[in-house]
Write a protein that binds this ligand. Structure first.
Ligand SMILES: Cc1ncc(COP(=O)(O)O)c(C=O)c1O
Length: 418
């Protein structure tokens, strides 16, 4: 545990374990690289957030983009979660996992006509609209289909999330949403547009946010807008604060679910409306690890030492994409002094590195290492670059484990080609 957060990957007599199962035992069966997730960690993270908002009507719409493995989505459904889908594919995943269309909020900065049609035909709970043009397209499509689309407008409040620039979305220079100052007028213009029904207001200012201020400012701005819209006679059903709650990749103190709720609830209480939350990373981030095998070790004359792994940016892109930090641990650590390692992937890109100058015990070819906190934005961002094959995914629940996605084969990949 770190604070109140359950960390599922811990040393045991048999080497690293996920909950009660030996990591080595799993990869002996499924091979490497492989993703391993803990059901308990997902349950605990979901329940912590749910409990934190217990005093206020709320709905947690898990952001599928963080990890949309069907078994994980089904697990979240069993906990009472709803979902945030970011594409037509994610809508299908939600429906396959057993969610009703009303449980889905459909978000995304660029939705195609086909996706909008799919969402309207399915009758998703809310479409979070990103622009005046999108509102018009939704209205035209819905009216043409004889439907009324339930929409919320995503506003851009020009707030710095103080996260990595690549995952900040609430600044006026970002592509997301409509300027906060334009929102009221847009609601007024479209109040009676056939095919549209405004049911909410939406904001999402970024991801991996670790301090309360930006989230409080966003909540304040959104609630003020909702109060203005109510004064205009607009009957809203919810305010949607998006996701963004960060996790402690480096063991640093971060905002807990309880602190997040304590920070935004005073704003939400200015309005007697339910809040929608769209957390992704905070629910699944700590739950997953990418387990990989050392396939080469190199020592340079200047003392630099490389451990080349059989996993790289094709399996976990975050370090290459954002320079992000992941804890890395040997599955069975060797005794002796700790030395500095560059842990790199096998891809022909210098950005294909998980860590530089990381102090670890000696590593040898065939040793196993686990890249921790890889449950969010890990497997979902994997690619077939270099014709590499998507890694299998395993879900551990207590002392049981299940292969929830098999390793992709080259035939799976080539089946798409003529
Ligand atoms: C609209 C929206 N909602 C929710 C999320 C989930 O964010 P996080 O995983 O940081 O909670 C994202 C991710 O960027 C998003 O774009």
């Amino acid at each position: 545990m770190r604070g109140l957060v359950y960390l599922p990957f811990q040393p045991s007599a048999a080497g690293l374990a996920c909950d009660l199962v030996s990591v080595q035992l799993i990869v002996e069966r499924v091979g490497t690289p492989a993703y391993i997730y803990s059901a308990r960690a997902i349950r605990e993270a979901y329940r912590a957030l749910d409990a934190a908002f217990a005093d206020h009507p709320h709905a947690i719409h898990y952001a599928l983009k963080a990890n949309s493995a069907l078994a994980i989505v089904r697990l979240l459904r069993s906990l009472g979660s709803r979902v945030d889908a970011n594409s037509g594919g994610e809508i299908i995943v939600a429906l396959r996992a057993g969610f009703g269309p009303g449980d889905i909020v459909f978000t995304g900065v660029g939705k195609t006509r086909d996706e909008l049609e799919q969402a309207i035909a399915a009758g998703v709970g809310t479409i979070n609209a990103e622009s005046p043009g999108e509102l018009e397209r939704i209205a035209a499509l819905a009216a043409g289909m004889g439907r009324v689309a339930r929409v919320a407008l995503r506003v851009n409040p020009d707030i710095d999330a103080r996260s990595h620039p690549n995952i900040s979305t609430g600044l006026r220079t970002n592509k997301f949403g409509v300027p906060l100052g334009d929102a009221r007028q847009l609601y007024l213009v479209h109040r009676t547009t056939p095919g549209l029904r405004f049911v909410g207001v939406h904001v999402h200012i970024g991801s991996q946010i670790t301090t309360p201020e930006p989230l409080v400012r966003a909540a304040r701005a959104l609630v003020s807008l909702a109060l203005d819209l109510r004064a205009d006679g607009c009957a809203l059903e919810h305010v949607d604060l998006g996701g963004g709650l960060g996790i402690a990749y480096e063991g640093q103190p971060v905002l807990t679910a309880a602190q997040y709720a304590a920070a935004v609830l005073p704003e939400l209480r200015r309005l007697d409306l339910p809040v929608v939350l769209e957390p992704g990373r905070a629910i699944v981030g700590h739950a997953g690890a990418l387990v990989s095998r050392v396939i080469d070790v190199k020592r340079y004359p200047d003392g630099r030492q490389f451990a080349v792994l059989d996993a790289g940016m094709t399996e976990l892109m975050r370090p290459a994409l954002y320079g992000s930090y992941h804890r890395i641990v040997p599955v069975v650590p060797r005794d002796g002094e700790r030395i500095r390692w560059d842990l790199v992937g096998p891809i022909c890109e210098s950005s294909d590195a998980f860590a530089t100058e990381r102090e670890l015990p000696e590593l040898r070819v065939d040793d196993l290492v686990a890249v921790l906190d890889a449950g969010a934005y890990g497997a979902v961002m994997a690619s077939n670059y270099n014709r590499r094959l998507l890694a299998p995914e395993v879900l551990v629940d207590g002392s049981e484990w299940t292969l929830i996605r098999r390793r992709q084969t080259i035939d799976d990949v080539l089946a798409l080609e003529s």
